[in-house]
Unconditional design. Sequence first.
Length: 131
Amino acid sequence: ITLFLGTRTLCVEDEDIRTVARACPAARGISLSWPPLGPRAQPPLASLRHFAAHCPHLRTLKMTKVAGEPLTEEMELSVKAIATAQRPDASHHPLEHLAIRFISGEERNKVAAARFIDMLFPSLVLEEPPE
């Protein structure tokens, strides 16, 4: 499923990502593309949890931009809740390829963001970016 939102400046928020994920439960690949302009054009990194919760067959996910805000303990607990309450196999989500063009935020948040993504999608295959 490819959703290209044109060349207009948009507001893309957590709720928008949730709506897309809930609308595509059988998707194996999702690509969301929008102009990465402005602070409102970036859903939070935590919005990836919607794909883990609602897209159990997803193998590939591409997005333009997310906000790499500091992750809270509440966000980590929500990931664990997905793994236990919604689907017992969520801790083994089959997503293998994740491409995010831009992650905004401070350098110190990168380790926490990587940990969060690994908790959501432990099957990701690490690859070197193309040159």
